[in-house]
Structures are given as structure tokens and as C-alpha cells.
Design a protein around this ligand. Structure first.
Ligand SMILES: NC(=O)C1=CN([C@@H]2O[C@H](COP(=O)(O)OP(=O)(O)OC[C@H]3O[C@@H](n4cnc5c(N)ncnc54)[C@H](O)[C@@H]3O)[C@@H](O)[C@H]2O)C=CC1
Ligand SMILES: O=C(O)C(=O)Cc1ccc(O)cc1
Length: 366
């Protein structure tokens, strides 16, 4: 049955969810945002069927409401629900990167017409705003739901059905598990990535060439530091207890490493690196992680006019779609390296075969 869906918060995630739902069903999509420009963009570009200037007006019409504002603003919207005189049953979900504080706010909802099911699609980008929204953003990603134990199964099934266009895989967790796990694999790494960038920035005062030396490894490990600072600041404070615990463990571990260096303990340092490599390599052998990554292929090229075009044309011949291209280590007149990213392993392997056949030296990222 067609549903009326309100999306409150029309940014990267709200906009992408709207697009993914629009492609796959005939539901009526209403959008609300504190920024009227986001609503106008959604309506003018056919992402939404309708915009509303008042959250309370939108939620009264909706069968399903998706809260997609920053976490702290989503909590404020949840508190507003009690001010609305709802007239029909509604499923309310959210997309926040933190679930404990959201669940706590949802416990305050008094209306028996509301079923609250926390949600978190585990995909994103460094961009923000509805202009950056993509219908395929959540494809192959894990979509976490945090229903309470007494949540009716048919309501969970209906929500999954409405979100089917995301083409993500749903898993159910409780909010505590969610906040610990996402802290380990997403929130805390973000904090460390930003701190590494700060370290490079402060050493730049001594060595001004640091930015031009910052190569593959540094760029890989700090990529996420380029994401939306306002969003991450909010996430850190909403999940501050878990992040704080991880930070304490991390500081202790850094002190241990300092100790190994100062006591010239090469054996234990080697062991530390081997264990990290084994765990990291094991991650790649199992399934792709919760946040979709890409399959990379490194291709040696010569810095000649048209070198990039030649590689791209060869892959186009085979109808292979490239997700991302990065030129690494290019220096005038000598070989450089292209990093090509693919969505599937098949595309990665087919590109490897085709480019090798055409005389290119390539290296697969295993
Ligand atoms: N960006 C990412 O990579 C991911 C973000 N998330 C979560 O999604 C949520 C939204 O993030 P993005 O879409 O990336 O942010 P965004 O900055 O692109 O969009 C947020 C939107 O919410 C609107 N907004 C702010 N306060 C509001 C309020 N009180 N009422 C209605 N709208 C309001 C803003 O005007 C903006 O349009 C956050 O809770 C974040 O934790 C979840 C997965 C990935
Ligand atoms: O691309 C990445 O590595 C991300 O970290 C994207 C992301 C950001 C926030 C989330 O809550 C979930 C996923």
C-alpha cells in the first residue's frame, strides 16, 4: 500500500533516502527542513512530491516519518512529537549515527499511535546538503535498525519494505551495541584521522614541504577528516562516553608503544605490527565492511598527454564503470600511478585483465 512519508532534514542522507525511495515505489514524499532552500531544491528537482514549512503539519499527514537532521536536532524533533495531536498510527525512524541518546529521547514519546524504530544507514560521504544526495548512496551498505524488544514485527517489516529502494542489508542491534561498534569502526577513527592532520599541520611550520610529501598512506588514513565538521562534532558529543573510553585505551596503547621504542624492544614492536597486519588482512578476506568500500586497482602510467584518457577508454570498451579515479605520485616525464576504484570485485578483475592484455602494469589491492 502506498504510504505518505515525511522526511525531516533534507541533507545528504535525507535527500539520498528520498531519491532511493522515489525510484522504487509510488509513495507520497513530503519534505521538511529548517532551511527553506533545501525544501525548494527537493521539490524543484522532483526529489519530493511536496514540501512543508512546519514539522508538526507534516507529521500529522504521515504514515512514516524519517528524521534525518543532525543527531542533536533529531532529538529536538523527537521531543516536538508530544506537542502534536496525532490522528493515525505512524512509524517514526531516524538515521542518526548515534543511537543511545536517540532511544532515550524516543522513550519520552507518549502517544500510543507512535512506533519508534531507530535506524542508521551505514554509508555517507564527505559532502553535505541535498545537492550532494545520490539515489545509490546506500547500495550494498549495512542499514542498522534498533527496534525495542516489544516492537511489532509487522512494523519492522513495513519499514524495511519502505526502505527497500536503498538496496542495503538490514541488521538489528540494540542501541548500546550500536554505539560501541560504530564508535570503534567509525567515530573514533574519525577523531584520530583529524588528530593526524593536526600533527602534519603543526610540523609544517618546521618543514614547509610536508603537504607536497603527503602521499598515499597519509591520504588514505586521513580521508575521513575531510567530512562535515558540524556533523562529527555533534556525533562525538552524543557518543562521548564510549569515545572517551576508547580514547583512554588508545592513550595507554600509545604509551606502551612509546615504551617499546625507548627500550629498543624490536621483537615486541615487530609482533605488534604483525598482529595488526594479520587482523587487517583478515578483514579484507571476509565480507566487505558495514560501510561500503571500493575495489581498487593501481595502474602504472606515463605522464604523457592522453595517458588517462587511454586507460578510461579501454575500460569503457568493456563497459566497465569506474567509481573513482585518483592520480598518485605523478612526476613530470616519469611513471605515475592511477588508482581506479570499482564497486564490484568483478569489475576490478576484468579491468586488471583487460589493461594487462593491453600492456599496462597493474596491481590489485587484495
Ligand atoms: N553524512 C554521513 O556520512 C552520514 C550521516 N548520518 C546521519 O545523518 C544525519 C544527517 O546527516 P547529513 O545528511 O550528512 O547532514 P547534512 O548537513 O547534509 O543535512 C542535515 C540537514 O538537516 C537540516 N536540519 C538541521 N536542523 C534541523 C531541524 N531542527 N529540523 C529539520 N531539519 C534540520 C539542515 O538544514 C540540513 O539540510 C545525521 O544525524 C548523521 O549522524 C548517517 C550516516 C552517514
Ligand atoms: O565513508 C566513510 O568512511 C564514512 O565514515 C561514512 C559514514 C559516516 C557516518 C556514518 O554514521 C556512517 C557512515
Amino acid at each position: 500500500m502506498a504510504q505518505t512519508i515525511l522526511i525531516a532534514g533534507l541533507g545528504l542522507i535525507g535527500g539520498s533516502l528520498a531519491l532511493s525511495m522515489k525510484e522504487n515505489n509510488d509513495n507520497h514524499l513530503i519534505g521538511y527542513d529548517i532551511d527553506p532552500k533545501a525544501i525548494a531544491y527537493g521539490v524543484e528537482n522532483g526529489i519530493l512530491d511536496e514540501g512543508v514549512a512546519d514539522f508538526k503539519v507534516g507529521i500529522k499527514q504521515a504514515d512514516i516519518c524519517i528524521l534525518a537532521a543532525p543527531v542533536s536536532k533529531t532529538i529536538e524533533l523527537i521531543h516536538k512529537i508530544n506537542e502534536v495531536n496525532l490522528e493515525k498510527p505512524i512509524i517514526i525512524t531516524d538515521v542518526s549515527s548515534v543511537k543511545g541518546s536517540i532511544e532515550k529521547a524516543a522513550e519520552c514519546i507518549t502517544s500510543p499511535l507512535v512506533t519508534f524504530i531507530g535506524g542508521h544507514p551505514m554509508a555517507g560521504s564527505h559532502k553535505k546538503g541535498i545537492e550532494a544526495a545520490k539515489s545509490h548512496l546506500f547500495e550494498n551498505a549495512i542499514y542498522i535498525l534498533t527496534p525495542t524488544n516489544d516492537c511489532p514485527k509487522e512494523k519492522i517489516a513495513l519499514l524495511k519494505d519502505v526502505l527497500a529502494g536503498t538496496k542495503s542489508t538490514f541488521i538489528e542491534l540494540n542501541p548500546e551495541e550500536h554505539d560501541e561498534m560504530t564508535s570503534v569502526i567509525s567515530h573514533f577513527p574519525h577523531l584520530i584521522a583529524s588528530s593526524l592532520v593536526h600533527q602534519a599541520k603543526s610540523w609544517q611550520t618546521k618543514h614547509e614541504k610536508i603537504p607536497s610529501l603527503a602521499a598515499g598512506g597519509f591520504r588514505d588514513i586521513t580521508r575521513i577528516a575531510s567530512s562535515n565538521p558540524a556533523m562529527w562534532q555533534d556525533i562525538f558529543f552524543q557518543n562521548k562516553h564510549v569515545i572517551s573510553r576508547l580514547l583512554t585505551d588508545w592513550i595507554a596503547e600509545m604509551n606502551d608503544l612509546q615504551q617499546l621504542l625507548q627500550t629498543d624492544n624490536q621483537v615486541e614492536m615487530y609482533d605488534y605490527l604483525v598482529q595488526a597486519k594479520e587482523f587487517r588482512d583478515g578483514l579484507d578476506k571476509t565480507k566487505r565492511g558495514a560501510i561500503p568500500a571500493f575495489y581498487d586497482l593501481f595502474v602504472d602510467i606515463f605522464d604523457q598527454t592522453g595517458a588517462l584518457l587511454k586507460v578510461v577508454s579501454l575500460l569503457a570498451e568493456k563497459d566497465i564503470s569506474i567509481k573513482n579515479i585518483e592520480i598518485l605520485e605523478i612526476r613530470e616525464g616519469i611513471t605515475g600511478v592511477l588508482r581506479l576504484s570499482f564497486v564490484t570485485k568483478e569489475d576490478q578483475l576484468a579491468s586488471h585483465r583487460h589493461l594487462t592484455k593491453n600492456g599496462y602494469e597493474t596491481m590489485l589491492e587484495e
